[in-house]
Design a protein. Sequence first.
Length: 309
Amino acid sequence: MKEETKYTIILMLVAIIWGSGFIATQLGLDSNFSAPFIIFARFFVATCIFGIWFRKEIPKMNKKDIQAGLIVGIALFSGFILQTYGLEGTTPTVNAFITALNVVFVPFLVWMIFRKRPPIKIFLGAFASLVGVTILSMDISETGFTLQGLLSGFDVSTMGMGELLTLLCALGFAFHIVSNGHFVKKVNVNLLVFNSMFVTMVLAFITFIIFDGNFTQFIPTKGHLSLLYLGVFSTSVAFFLQTIAQKHISSSKVSLILVTESLFAGVFSILLGFENITSNMIVGGGLILVAVILVEVDFSKKSVKKEVV
């Protein structure tokens, strides 16, 4: 088995875990846990796990390790806090599909940060994904699949707050993928994982204190099992595997593989009875995936070696 194929399979496993994570997060919200508390709890578990696992390396961290962890952690926190608040106003499948738009944002961020201009297919992919998001968030029963109804969907005021927050979360996750892919080759990988988990945990706790402060959520209940799952699998296992894989696969390809989490989230959501298959999901989600393929697949006949960023 080729090395890149091995890490592709690893990233697919990460996507499956994250797909199930949407359901676990929804269960947490259904247990009346706030968004900041859910994020704090899952990253507290992850920080403890990595703190024990990398206990011999943590005392050796330097300034570069701390700076890298701070940047990656801030990006990670912004993505999760917006995603979790967004999930309060929409369904797991819609939340997952819109989050998948980070695959379109990643090349734009690479352009801004590393001065690498994206090809025209990037703009085409961005337009196709926006159409997909619009259809996904529209009430088809009222507008129908008509041109007028579709155009009305581009009015931001017609989109729900859940969809808008999730769209912003996609940008946060895109920056996380780009920054993680950049620093993973410059600092200790284990310390990068630990520091980013720690920073996200601290920011989540600060947000919890300011905007929530309901400490009764710390009292053990059955709902905490979903948070334990998020902490162990969706956070500790998934992010460690992603970080390791990004040493060998480019950020753009990583985002393409991980975008399949939206498919797995939809499958889990339907199988567990959270929602039913709708025309919105099929058409809107299909367009988003077409945008992903358009952005990432090299349709040229010549094989061009891609630089890992």
